[in-house]
Design a protein around this ligand. Structure first.
Ligand code: SF4
Ligand code: NI
Ligand code: NI
Length: 714
């Protein structure tokens, strides 16, 4: 058998399965029955991306199958191999979509994820562009032993690589107790080989969401996934025709396939250089794959007895698994960065003042403070808060340590497992030292850490040192307005995925991902002068009302490589800022009330516009301007510059309840200051009040919401 025979036969098998499933579904439900994946605005995303056609019911699905037949040509050409691979992925998508008929939740209780929603993809945007997630591994099949399977998965996990699993390898990982779940970046997709489609769907939607690839532009799609989605496939065990056909699809998208099946590979004897790689030794899969996809791993060597990797950032340490908890809501705790003179610091000195973890009763709540003292010629006090905010991620990356909060409202849990492995107080210092020196080496020459567990000393320092330092910083932040600074910053970090997108970051408008404030951008510029954040002057205003400047326009034009001509800072209607796709929130016009509604990424329900977050989000992205819809950070909601051109925050008529509660304090303060309104959030609807425009309007009328009296926006 040749590779052609194998791929064609695999493609035919999957096609036959899809055809049978579709026909059976039509016989049972009729051709008008709706077909859709949940939580996506892209229909059957792969089919939509490849053909530009929206499949919404069984009849259309049957037609789509006919289209697949026409692309699965069977000539002995490499292109036919790829097209049969793509066709196989599409048929897999049809089969998987049918599992979701009638709003079914087919993966519930299986321990597998199945389809992943658009919000998950948007969440992955920032870690992928920063290299925090350096790649995506797709592991399918069965390793010779469960030990080898677990070791392979853990090797990727330790590098921060997002791992998706398909087939028997999932049971092998369960058997070995591998820590799995989206929060630790190991996602079992499903046991059937067709479930591999769910990760293909993620890559394809990345092209639609971030890349502004037009649905139907199959060539553009494949170029995008090849150049910008750092995924690869590890096929474990004997290759059957269906797996080979799936592999051909992966290769068509630019994802190399590594296999340990020497016999089949030799039998079919067709080489696809750099794309189909035979590696009989599973322990070398990791290195072989990274080399094939050209993925570089950033290594920080930290001297601690447990693993340290970004994959552990979302790990949860539950009450019954914890050795000790430091809880700033009950006892005094804080974390602080302080700038010192070089002479005051002994580099890499880690000092513990107070008892170590061994002295604490298991499960008890204790006080802790850690003070990171830094010195360096380029160090500025403005960077202290930038460093300090990274502590959350640093400590969470430690396996078995969970950190929440910031400043003097922190909570740190140490798990039994980490404690048993020998993790002690000084290791917190080691991690903070290593990461600060590694991430901020351009401005930090020397660094030392004090870890304090003596409760009286923590209390004293909290009140005498930390709180005054935080107050001083808050005063500085309050004084930072768009008017009070001389420059803004560009951020083009997301161009890795969204090639023409530029964020303009100002003191009162942070990046839409929520992760880059003006101070962050300033620090990034200082650390990496030719990096993603560049200074933008603001000396030549064109229109103060919408926040348009000649200098900003020039910068945006340059950094978008000519894709964008002009941009306003304060308007959602006129020349609005573009979105890459990883925004925390999106706002959109609500015409009946003259207002806007806001939905955050976490909100899965319906909005009064008749659209979910995913639907709204699909209206903008890919670095194009879309008046009426705007992606933005959560923090921006309470800003005096939020839609200032259209009248500001007074336009907000609806938000999901959780979001409303989380911004209430700041939003109410802004409303009071700008318009003299008390408790403004009481006038704003949420999903418990209204999910349709009529009910919302009634509510707003009853509350006398100010938007009702404003000019229509369009
Ligand atoms: Fe991406 Fe903008 Fe955030 Fe920069 S500020 S990481 S470009 S979303
Ligand atoms: Ni106190
Ligand atoms: Ni982005």
């Amino acid at each position: 058998m040749t590779l052609f025979d194998v791929v064609f036969s695999g493609a035919d098998t999957v096609y036959g399965l899809a055809e049978g499933a579709i026909d059976a579904a039509i016989a049972q439900h009729g051709a008008d029955k709706a077909v859709a994946f949940p939580k996506t605005a892209y229909f059957l995303p792969c089919y939509y991306a490849v053909t530009g056609t929206k499949v919404t019911n069984l009849g259309e699905l049957k037609e789509a199958l006919g289209v697949v037949k026409s692309i699965e040509t069977k000539n002995a050409k490499l292109n036919d191999v790829f097209m049969n691979g793509v066709g196989t992925a599409l048929c897999a998508e049809f089969i998987e979509a049918l599992k979701y008929l009638d709003g079914a939740d087919p993966y519930e209780g299986t321990g597998c994820s199945g389809h992943l929603g658009d919000a998950t993809i948007r969440e992955l945007g920032v870690p992928l562009v920063t290299g925090d997630i350096p790649g995506v591994a797709v592991i399918l099949g069965k390793a010779p032993t469960a030990d080898e399977a677990a070791a392979l998965v853990k090797s990727y996990q330790a590098q921060g690589i997002l791992v998706t699993l398909v087939g028997d390898v999932i049971d092998q990982c369960v058997e070995k107790g591998v820590n799995m779940g989206a929060n630790v970046r190991v996602i079992p997709l499903g046991k059937d080989v067709t479930s591999v489609l769910h990760v293909v769907s993620v890559a394809v939607r990345a092209a639609l969401i971030f890349g502004n690839v037009e649905p139907g532009d199959a060539a553009g799609l494949m170029k995008y996934t090849f150049e910008r989605v750092p995924a690869f496939v590890n096929a474990l065990g004997a290759l059957n025709p269906v797996v080979v056909a799936c592999g051909a699809g992966a290769i068509a998208l630019g994802f190399p396939v590594v296999t340990d099946d020497v016999a089949t590979s030799e039998a079919v004897n067709i080489k696809v250089p750099k794309s189909l790689i035979v590696q009989p030794d599973i322990s070398k899969f990791n290195a072989t794959s990274l080399e094939a996809r050209d993925i570089k791993i950033k290594i920080t060597n930290i001297d601690i007895p447990v693993a340290f990797a970004s994959a552990f950032e979302g790990e949860i340490v539950r009450k019954k698994q914890m050795q000790v908890e430091f809880d700033g809501s009950r006892v005094d705790c804080f974390e602080l960065v302080q700038t010192k003179e070089a002479s005051e610091i002994e580099d890499h000195k880690i000092e513990l003042i107070g008892p170590d973890f061994d002295s604490f009763e298991k499960g008890s709540k204790q006080s802790i403070a850690y003070i990171v003292e830094v010195a360096g010629k380029g160090m500025q006090s403005d960077f202290e808060s930038v460093f300090e905010r990274k502590f959350h991620s640093y400590l969470n990356c430690i396996e078995g340590v969970m950190h929440t909060g910031q400043r003097d409202m922190i909570r740190v849990r140490i798990s039994d497992a980490a404690y048993d492995a020998g993790f002690r107080a000084k290791h917190i210092g080691e991690v903070l030292y290593a990461k600060i020196k590694n991430d901020f080496d351009a401005v930090v020459d020397k660094c030392q850490v004090k870890v304090i567990t003596d409760p009286e000393l923590v209390t004293k320092l909290r009140h005498e040192l930390a709180i005054p330092a935080f107050d001083k910083r808050d005063d500085r932040l309050k004084s930072l307005t768009d008017e009070s600074v001389d420059v803004y910053y560009s951020c083009i970090m997301c161009q890795a995925f969204s090639p023409s997108h530029v964020c303009v970051v100002t003191p009162e408008r942070l990046g839409l991902c929520g992760a880059v404030s003006w101070l962050d951008a300033k620090a990034t510029n200082e650390l990496e002068p030719t990096g993603p954040c560049q200074v933008i002057t603001k000396e030549r205003p064109i229109d103060e009302r919408i926040g348009e400047y000649e200098d900003v326009n020039e910068a945006v034009k340059k950094f978008s490589n000519g894709a964008l001509e002009d941009v306003s800072l304060y308007s959602i209607m006129e020349k609005p800022m573009t979105s890459c796709g990883c925004f925390e929130c999106i706002c959109g016009i609500e015409p009946f009330s003259n207002g806007v509604i806001i939905a955050n990424r976490e909100y899965a329900g319906m909005t009064p516009l008749g659209m979910t977050f995913a639907d709204l989000a699909s209206m903008t992205g890919g670095g194009v301007q879309t008046p009426g819809f705007m992606g933005h950070g959560k923090h921006f909601i309470a800003s005096k510059k939020f839609m200032k051109a259209e009248g500001g925050i007074e336009r907000i008529v609806w938000m999901p309840k959780d979001l409303k509660e989380s911004v209430a304090e700041r939003l109410n303060a802004t409303a009071k200051e700008l318009y003299g309104i008390d408790n403004f959030t009481d006038m704003i609807g949420d999903e418990t009040i209204a999910e349709d425009p009529e009910t919302l309007l009634e509510f707003l009328t009853e509350k006398g919401h100010p938007a009702l009296g404003m000019e229509p926006m369009m």
